[in-house]
Every structure is written in structure tokens, then in C-alpha cells.
Ligand binder design. Sequence first.
Ligand code: E4P
Length: 217
Amino acid sequence: MKFFIDTANLEQIKEAQALGILDGVTTNPSLMAKEGITGAENILKHYVNICTIVDGDVSAEVIATDFDGMVKQGEELAALHPQIVVKLPMIADGVKACKYFSDKGIRTNVTLVFSAGQALLAAKAGATYVSPFLGRLDDISTDGLHLISEIRQIYDNYGFETQILAASIRHTMHVIDCAKIGSDVMTGPLSSITGLLKHPLTDSGLAQFLADYQKGN
Ligand code: E4P
């Protein structure tokens, strides 16, 4: 299972990268705005900065909502760095743009996916990644994990190579449940990754080992 961090915060990306388990980064316009990154040129520079920190894929989202605009922006983003994956919204023109980019060998991440049908369309359009937003479904009392398992079943039935990128992860249990279902990738905040480290028995066990060592040394 690949671990992506869902942020545009460079310090948090560095912290996750330093753990040695980071496979990539996802961003979106809200996450860029949260870090105060505004203006086309600054946004493009920020993507390149992220690519220099991590070794893996970095999703960069188009703002256009029409086919021509998405193609223009997506080509500009893809040309920035070989690690860039063009992130496209799950709308009709997004599906067309996904097909266009996959035919050209440019990698894509189809985002804002909330149903199995949308995930099926993304796979048929040749998406590299599909991003079902499980936390946002949970927020409206709908089972986000159920969607991940439906997509897993559909993709396995037909051998689709599109990778399921479980997005909108909120906590460690989401990560563990997605791993059980067989999600290819998770993307979440730093806390959803570092939270996996924690267990009180690890802390008390280590404290005991160190105390016992001190007694004899
Ligand atoms: C995915 O690529 C999105 O950036 C993200 O996971 C959305 O998460 P949120 O629902 O916490 O905003």
C-alpha cells in the first residue's frame, strides 16, 4: 500500500519523507490556499518544491472545468516535473481530459469521486489513480469504506489497472480499514500516518527496557 500525504505544507511533507515511508503527495486548491500559496507562478513553483522533497508522485490539480482549459493546464503541470500527476475533477470534461492524457502517457488522478459508477468511468478513461473521498462520505452518514470495497471489487472483476487512492482519510482507522480492503494508496494528513506509530504498550515496554538497562549499567 502506498502512503501519500495530503497537504501542501512543506514542513509536514519533509517530516513524513524523513520517516522513510512516504510514496507521494496529493494537493488540492484548498490545501494550497491554506498554506497561503496564491498566484499562478507561485503555485507552479510550489509544486516543483514539493517534487524536490519527495521521490514519488505529486498530484497537481487543474482549475479549469472545460476540456480545452484542462488540457492546457494539465500539460503545463505535467511539464513542470516528471513526478507530477495531473489531477482532474470527475465531471464529463474531466473524463474526456483523462482519456486525452492517458492516450498521451501523461499520468492522471481523477478526484472528487463519490460513487462506484464514477470510479468505473475513471478507470475506463485510463486514469492512473481514482480518488474516492471516504471521509466526506462519512461526514454525511454514508459509508465511505463501503465505496472503497465496491471499487476494489469492480476493478478486480475486470483487471482495471487504475489504482484506488483512498482520499479524504481522517484518522488511523481509515488507513487500517483501507489496507484491509486492498486500497492501493491512501492519502491523509500527517496525523493519520504518525498516529499509526502509537501504542501505549510500546511506550511502557520501552521505558521498562531502558530502566532495566540503567540498573545494570
Ligand atoms: C484528495 O486528493 C483530497 O485532497 C483530500 O483527500 C480531500 O480531503 P478532505 O475531505 O479532508 O478535504
